[in-house]
Design a protein around this ligand. Sequence first.
Ligand code: 0X9
Ligand code: ZN
Length: 304
Amino acid sequence: SSLFTEFVSHAVMNEYLLTLERLYPHIVQVESIGRTFEGRDLLLIKIGANPNNPTILVDAGIHAREWIAPPVALYIINQLVENPANYRLYQNVNWNIIPSLNPDGYEFSRSSTWNRLWRKTRQPNQSSTCIGTDPNRNFEYYWMFAGASADPCDEIYAGPQPFSEPETAALATYALRNRDQIKLYISFHSYGNMILYPWGYTNDLPDNAEELQWLGELAGLAIGRVSTLNSRYVVGSSTNVLYAAAGGSDDWVKGVTGVGLAYTIELPAGGLFGFNPPATSILPIVQETFEGITIFHAYVEAAY
Ligand code: 0X9
Ligand code: ZN
């Protein structure tokens, strides 16, 4: 298939998930967690042998222009389901993966070279001609507290109110409903080779910062060890490593649902402006990132 040799459409990604459900019904279930503003289905794939196992929740593509993120999520899915060598990875741990969380924005960013750097959703705003909200400023935890804008024309516009965007509301509803089983949350972004953990709203550290730091470093080192791109990950809290930015999905998952382990992973840069890795870089990036994923899996399996 072309999933890892080109940047495919949201529709092709959804078809892939539904095909896996048809081919592997005993381990795969696909559900729609909601619809986007433009009516696209937000599909979540569940992979696992026993519904009662601890769950790892993964999403990608919440920022439209960060094209390398959905392939990373799709490769995790591909390796779990279609590579028999990895069957142990879903015996004691369940996976809930949303590979494309902002498909309206993604398809807009694909629609012309002018739109390539689109970041936000595509829902229009009242009393502004500027379109869209930064979905990673739209979560209801210290909303608008830092690093977020009230101007609809800004790239980091937090929205008229928390969860104004159907995409963020859908993720939140799903995560709340499954909060007891979810032990780890990972959101894939690009770019910068960073493994970030809460908080993004303050430079204070969460109670389990040592655990988050240690596990993040192990995952980062595992990626570095196999990287053919010489990837070296920096690990730390969002505010301390990158910048203060409230309303992110990671902060919300940790602060509101109580899931202890929450990460944002900034994948490698590529091409013009960093958001354009050539299609030939998809495979090396998704393969090396998967090595980090196996570390997260091992920890969840051992600790829960
Ligand atoms: O600013 C963001 O939303 C993320 N960086 S990106 O370049 N992909 O836009 C970082 C988010 C880190 N997490 C929080 N600030 N909560
Ligand atoms: Zn991002």
